[in-house]
Design a protein around this ligand. Structure first.
Ligand SMILES: Nc1ncnc2c1ncn2[C@@H]1O[C@H](COP(=O)(O)OP(=O)(O)OP(=O)(O)O)[C@@H](O)[C@H]1O
Length: 546
């Protein structure tokens, strides 16, 4: 099945509802149901973690060798009745071919596509493609992927978007972008949200506010995080370096433990010299330190209670539903019992505590924003407290007080269930460091042994991590026209135009950047015809049933 529709059409929500329906059906019919009966996966860790699923790459062992597939994994797949793959626009022809072979092997059925498994491909091809894909690798190109198209026997196209229910006019403009035909008036309408114009001001940062900064490049993301940290330091409580006072312990910079490298420096030695190490810690952001093709390591993580972070590996996706792209806030930092007392360092003239990552036992993070359960409990507490009169035991009934205590207890339990302890991990990274200021030339150092927490700061995020999310407030720092559909994906995350803040206006001459590829138009026509056929068949079947 192919489930599609424009941003916010409710594709992910629809799958959740279908899962609930299947669960209730199985329960009523006494059919065994377990956690993989309806297997929820996504092509990215960030969207998988939004609904408590895993990536399809992990579940179907896509990056492993067939001979290494364990018996336990084969047994697990035998229990799956329906496989969901969300955010399908991030999948490629190569991915589909691999999936087909892996499922045929896992299920022991080689003469049927995907080993005979029922698969729901869900997503919107008007959204982002994988970062490193060739144009001929897109799934919707009917001349290229017979397997994908040939296996789809049912299509559902969400007719409208629910994300913009609160602002239908913004939804209408987003649909124009989706269809590839925005007008200059649409661009002007968006640009009315430029900060500094028409009385638009940046939103206030409040503890529970879900403000996201969207920017195209990781360097910009790093610069925004550094700016936010400076703001945090200057907001008070940090002594300047000429004062005797010690810095507060709610804020600490966790410096990566950097060991040797596999490439020799100018002196022919593979050791990362103290000078180079200091340069990495002081001048590099996570955009400069990468593991494998894209995983980033922040050499100098600036953590404090409430800091916005993003997890960036999938090691805990299965066990704790925290994956690459899961967003969270820092709750606490625990140092090992053997750790020396953190020393302070000079950060723009202020004293800030600093510790090496090897001395950190864990950092506890809490998913953010609140899930529906926590939001509902907070709302009930707020309403009850508003009804109760402060310090007036006569008017406030005991029942109200008991209910309030019960709600607060439930809130703590629900919040604790959202918390996870993240441990430092060891990796081998490629570091790009500018050493020209030190009179040295070595700039790219490969094979650097590094230990750090698998977290990056999330004051700002790139479009690829935003896909699949709904936001109340979004600040667009800059535009990216190089990655097709970036502008549409970013703009369509926010529920209302009032929640949008632009640091740069959208260029008025960008209208030709939104054209929908011919192959995608042809693919969607095929899907529409299939949907009509499915609906007609269904009406006929219902009529036969009387
Ligand atoms: N039938 C519905 N009625 C009301 N609200 C809905 C409905 N379906 C979805 N929503 C709401 O609309 C928003 C977007 O839903 P959802 O994330 O499922 O859309 P999507 O199609 O998966 O979006 P995207 O393509 O951007 O990932 C969510 O806030 C969701 O709660």
């Amino acid at each position: 099945m192919f489930l599609t529709g424009f941003a916010g059409a409710g594709k992910s929500t629809c799958i959740k509802v279908a899962q609930r329906y299947c669960f209730e059906f199985c329960r009523a019919a006494s059919i065994v149901w377990d956690d993989v009966t309806f297997l929820f996966t996504s092509t990215t860790g960030s969207s998988a973690s939004l609904f408590g699923g895993n990536t399809i790459h992990n579940e179907a062992f896509l990056n492993g060798r067939i001979r290494n597939i364990s018996q336990a994994l084969r047994e697990r797949w035998k229990k799956v009745r329906l496989l969901i793959i969300d955010e399908i626009s991030f999948f490629t022809n190569e991915g589909i071919d691999k999936l087909n072979k892996k499922l045929q092997n896992l299920l022991g059925v080689s003469n049927k596509p995907f080993g005979g498994m029922s698969v729901v491909f869900s997503g919107d091809f008007h959204q982002l493609k994988p970062v490193l894909t060739r144009n001929d690798s897109v799934l919707y190109d009917q001349s290229r992927n017979g397997l994908f198209l040939g296996s789809i026997n049912c299509a559902i196209i969400g007719p409208q978007s629910h994300r913009f229910d609160g602002d239908p006019e913004y939804g209408r403009v987003m649909r124009n972008f989706w269809q590839g035909n925005p007008t200059v008036q649409d661009v002007d309408y968006i640009n009315e949200r430029e900060v500094g114009q028409n009385g638009v001001e940046l939103p206030e940062e409040e503890p529970d506010s879900d403000i996201t900064y969207a920017c195209p490049f990781n360097k910009q993301r790093n610069a925004i995080s550094a700016g936010m940290f400076s703001k945090h330091i200057q907001s008070g409580g940090f002594p300047t370096v000429d004062m005797d006072d010690l810095p507060p312990d709610h804020t600490i910079i966790v410096e990566a433990d950097i060991g040797s490298s596999s490439t020799a420096g100018n002196d022919g030695v593979t050791r990362v010299s103290p000078v180079v190490r200091d340069a990495i810690l002081q001048h590099c952001g996570d955009a400069d330190v990468t593991v494998g093709t894209s995983r980033k390591v922040d050499p100098s993580l600036k953590l404090y209670n409430g800091a916005h972070v993003m997890c960036n590996n999938n090691n805990m996706l299965k066990t704790h539903n925290i994956g690459n792209g899961t967003i969270a806030r820092v709750k606490s930092i625990k140092l090992k019992s053997t750790a020396p007392h953190p020393i302070w360092k000079n950060w723009e003239g202020y004293k800030v505590l600093t510790v090496n990552a090897r001395h950190v036992e864990y950092v506890e993070i809490e998913r953010f924003p609140d899930n529906a359960k926590i939001a509902a409990i907070k709302k009930s507490i707020h309403e009850l407290e508003a009804d109760m009169i402060p310090d007036d035991d006569m008017s406030n009934t005991g029942a109200d007080a008991d209910r309030l205590a019960g709600l607060k207890h439930d809130l703590v339990a629900a919040q604790n269930a959202q918390c996870v302890k993240v441990l430092p991990t060891k990796s081998t990274a490629k570091v790009t460091v500018d050493l020209t200021g030190l009179g040295l030339t070595r700039q790219v150092i490969k094979g650097v042994k590094i230990q750090q927490l698998p977290l990056i700061m999330n004051d700002a995020t790139t479009g690829h991590k935003l896909q699949g999310m709904s936001k109340d407030k979004l600040v667009v720092v800059d535009w990216d026209f190089k990655n097709a559909n970036w502008v549409y994906v970013v703009l369509s995350r926010v529920r209302t135009r009032d929640g949008l803040y632009l640091l740069k206006p959208l260029p008025r001459d960008c209208l030709d950047k939104f054209q929908v590829p011919r192959e995608l138009i042809a693919f969607e026509q095929t899907m529409r015809r299939l949907e009509e056929h499915n609906l007609t068949e269904r009406v006929e079947m219902m009529a036969e049933l009387g």
